[in-house]
Ligand binder design. Structure first.
Ligand SMILES: Cc1cc2nc3c(=O)[nH]c(=O)nc-3n(C[C@H](O)[C@H](O)[C@H](O)COP(=O)(O)O)c2cc1C
Length: 322
């Protein structure tokens, strides 16, 4: 069977099985659109608090907006209460999401203190209830994103995959690292493979996928799809590169010049979406991923983060000598 293939998640079928991971502060609408152009089969939005939506937080409300250019999109929600999760899922569906994803993998303390994110792995009954509440609230597929375990002592991948399946989730994404490792260390692909063998729903593998070689390892281990996070920042065309690599071709590495060109286009999109001040502020967060791999990159980055006008940024980028 070919490794790159359409991905069926419940009633929904994506053109391919490469997904952009949800990343808070990064996978907003402009970046999602860019990754779809770069070949992603599904793009996932930054996590949105069900609690904040319930209390009418305008910023959270805006995060659910779906641009017609960004389908298929999975909207990720987090929370710890069945009613607000159900409400948030319904709200996201009404705004045009194709898939609803529940977060049970985030290790951020503030979120865990509120009973959401990875701490849900400790309370499987509650996690099951939250998933069921979301599934009942919408007609589109609901998925779960979690990790293989909380710590290295006890792997939970198989249990969580079975739980997701019996709660009615249409797929599960497993970040192949334990919560205590946050985002570092090699992915434990064997742990994900065990989950793939244990359930019928698609298992999407995630963690450390930066090229076709790693993506292939997850897909050969039984994953129905793979999800790419940081590998897409600074290279939103990684999806098409992975497709090419798995197809036996050697994609040309992205040049620093091309990277800067794409970054400028993203900054322009961010400005159209958020306005100049916030658009540039948001763009700055990922400067290190984009302005690099040329001799005076650090100097250019230093100059860039002090600029707050698009015209000045364009002038700076035009002056770069690779
Ligand atoms: C800056 C940042 C923000 C993230 N935000 C989220 C999030 O909102 N929801 C989520 O489920 N995971 C989030 N993650 C985790 C990623 O989705 C992904 O699981 C992780 O980065 C591992 O994949 P990678 O090795 O390809 O980056 C975030 C990761 C990073 C680096």
């Amino acid at each position: 069977m070919t490794l790159i293939r359409p991905l069926r998640i419940g009633t929904f079928t994506a053109k391919n099985n490469l997904l952009l991971a949800p990343m808070a502060g990064i996978t907003d609408s402009p970046f999602r659109i860019l990754c779809l152009k770069g070949g992603a089969g599904i793009v996932c939005a930054e996590m949105v608090s069900a609690h904040a939506l319930h209390y009418g937080n305008p910023k959270s409300g805006r995060m659910l907006h779906v641009n017609p250019r960004e389908h298929p999109v999975s909207m990720q929600i987090f929370g710890s209460d069945e009613q607000t999760i159900a409400q948030a899922a319904k709200n996201a569906q009404d705004q045009g999401a194709d898939i609803i994803d529940l977060n049970a993998g985030c290790p951020v303390k503030k979120i865990n203190k509120a009973g959401a994110g990875c701490v849900l792995m400790k309370d499987e009954a509650k996690l099951g209830r939250l998933l069921e509440a979301a599934v009942k609230a919408v007609t589109i597929p609901v998925t779960l994103k979690t990790r293989i375990a909380l710590n290295h002592q006890q792997l939970l991948a198989v249990r969580l995959a079975k739980l997701a399946e019996s709660a009615g989730a249409s797929a599960i994404t497993l970040h192949a690292r334990v919560a205590s490792d946050v985002h570092s260390g090699p992915p434990n692909i064997a742990a994900v493979a065990e989950a793939c063998a244990a359930v019928k729903i698609p298992v999407i593998g995630n963690g450390g996928i930066v090229n076709g070689t790693v993506a292939k390892q997850f897909l050969q281990a039984g994953c129905a799809g793979v999800m790419i996070g940081r590998g897409a920042i600074g290279n939103p065309f990684i999806f098409q590169d992975i497709i090419a690599e798995i197809g036996g071709q050697t994609p040309a590495p992205i040049t620093p010049q091309k990277r800067l060109e794409i970054y400028l286009a993203l900054i322009q999109e961010n400005i159209s979406y958020y306005g100049e001040k916030i658009g540039i502020n948001r763009s700055r967060k990922t400067a290190g991923y984009w302005i690099n791999h040329f001799p005076n990159a650090a100097e250019v980055r230093g100059a860039f983060v002090r600029l707050d006008k698009l015209a000045d940024i364009e002038r700076l980028f035009r002056s770069v000598r690779f």
